[in-house]
Ligand binder design. Structure first.
Ligand code: 5AD
Ligand code: SF4
Length: 470
């Protein structure tokens, strides 16, 4: 049994780590043939992509996937710790699984992802959730097949969570969610330690993958006919810093852009590490999508400082405008937190005025959620939840106004769309534009997911656009 410890998770050093090739233990290959698994993913794209690896590992063990947890022999929750909400959802699901296990004694229940890295969560599972068969952390997914096998063979709860990152495993198997869009990890972890954020504790220090490994994965995806790849990391802009003197995200993007892949995306970017070279490369290549996610979190210098964000309102705006001026028709999206401890009405008004200036194409807005173990927990907070909710509502009114305003400008234009499928109402196709806008459209010809088509925009809504195929 290994239980995570935040004091250890917090530490950063230059300790060498190895790049190793994943090898599946032959003894467990197809050992559970005929058994079924259900996986539920909470949180960000990193977790979605981890679930693609976890699913593949389960399938190597012989499990086949089902879409309803009631049909499964093994239920795995791949969890998220970013806000209390995600945390509560996973515990809610564990509550339902507890009841199910009363009827279905052999049901195997497992937990992976960021919550597995939280000391308090693991302690709670040891105390109150004895029916959970295994917990495996984010740093040792390579051990998951062995952990699952041991939990079944021994019929004893297995808790295997390392506090700190270990070696970096390449070649983990993957079953991708679809065959035209793919995620590619380029960097793991985060060293920024924004004071509200749990990620540096649950995902460890920044570790870049070797460029050769990334490029080989991209080549493989191109060979398999993929149309869009998204380069993933908690902070992709730090790519390469830990490995190379003179090779960063700009260089990586450029090398990938020269390949025959129609769409390249990347996320998430911390404003701190955004170099001029990156902006120049994004503007230069047509297959790097003009879409940048640039979380601002707050428009108040006082709050930015308390958050430990390493930039000011002024330097953020300078970067924002540099990107807008260099990358033609770029859409910039953001994340904003309201109700951070110490945020006063005047600070919130600074956030609103920044939004008025940036007129974002998309924004994810949150109320601050206290995460145990992060420095923000110790800050004094005088604002009531009611007031925070009211601020969130006021903020949403402003961001939504600009979503619609920006979308209206696209009426009458023609946008290139990557087709995803047929909309729920069944009478339209849907897909995403280069700037990541949701487009619902009609077409006389039959289309399939992964087709790239030009669509004339006929009308704009706040969160989507309607159109017809050109
Ligand atoms: N409370 C609220 N929002 C948070 N985020 C990260 N940590 C917290 C927290 N403790 C938001 C940030 C980040 C996004 C992924 O989630 O806006 O950019
Ligand atoms: Fe969290 Fe900040 Fe790292 Fe983003 S950059 S993952 S908000 S600590």
């Amino acid at each position: 049994m290994r239980i995570p410890d935040y004091n250890e998770a917090r530490t950063r050093d230059k300790r060498e780590y190895k790049r190793l090739d994943f090898k599946l233990d032959k003894e467990v290959l197809n050992k559970y043939s005929g058994k079924k698994y259900f996986i539920k993913t909470y949180g960000c794209q990193m977790n979605e992509h981890d679930s693609e690896n976890i699913s593949a590992l389960l399938e190597k063990l012989g499990f086949t996937r089902v879409d309803n947890y009631l049909d499964a022999d093994l239920v795995l929750l791949n969890t998220c710790s970013i806000r209390e909400n995600a945390h509560n959802k996973a515990f809610g699901m564990l509550g339902r699984l507890k009841h199910l296990k009363l009827e279905k004694k052999d049901l195997i229940i497992g937990l992976t992802g960021c919550m597995a890295q939280e000391t308090l969560v693991v302690e709670e599972i040891l105390r109150d959730y004895k029916f959970v068969n295994f917990v495996c952390g984010t740093h040792n997914l390579n051990e998951l097949p062995r952990i699952i096998d041991k939990s079944i063979e021994s019929n004893k709860q297995q808790i295997e969570v390392y506090s700190r990152e270990g070696d970096l495993y390449e070649g983990l198997p993957v079953v991708r969610t679809n065959n035209y869009k793919a995620y590619v990890n380029i960097i793991y972890g985060c060293d920024k330690f924004c004071t509200y954020c749990i990620v540096p504790y649950t995902r460890g220090r920044e570790r870049s993958r070797l460029k050769e490994d990334i490029l080989a994965e991209v080549d493989e995806l191109i060979k398999d006919g993929y149309k869009e790849i998204t380069l993933l990391g908690q902070n992709v802009n730090a790519y390469g810093k830990d490995l190379y003197e003179d090779y960063n995200l700009g260089d990586l993007l450029e090398e990938i852009a020269k390949k025959d892949i129609p769409r390249i995306r990347f996320m998430t970017s911390h404003p701190w590490d955004f170099t001029d070279k990156m902006i120049e490369v994004i503007g230069k290549y047509k297959n790097i999508m003009p879409s940048v996610h640039l979380p601002v979190q707050s428009g108040s210098n006082k709050v930015l400082k308390l958050m430990g964000r390493r930039y000011t309102r002024e330097s953020y705006l300078e970067l924002f405008h540099k990107i807008k001026d260099t990358v033609k028709d770029v859409a910039i999206s953001t994340d904003i937190i309201v109700g951070f401890p110490g945020e006063e009405e005047s600070d919130f008004l600074d956030t609103l005025s920044l939004v008025e200036e940036c007129k974002y194409d998309n924004a994810f807005t949150f109320i601050f959620s206290e995460r145990v173990g992060t420095p923000a927990c110790k800050l004094k907070d005088n604002t009531s939840l009611e007031e925070k909710e009211e601020r969130l509502q006021r903020l949403n009114e402003v961001v939504n106004r600009y979503f619609l305003e920006n979308n209206k400008k696209l009426e009458g234009t023609v946008l290139n769309v990557l087709v995803e499928g047929v909309s729920e109402k069944k009478d339209m196709y849907y897909g995403y534009s280069e700037t990541n806008k949701l487009i619902n459209f009609t077409s006389d010809s039959i289309l399939k997911p992964g087709d790239l088509v030009d669509v004339e925009i006929t009308s704009a809504k706040t969160w989507s656009l309607d159109g017809r195929i050109k």
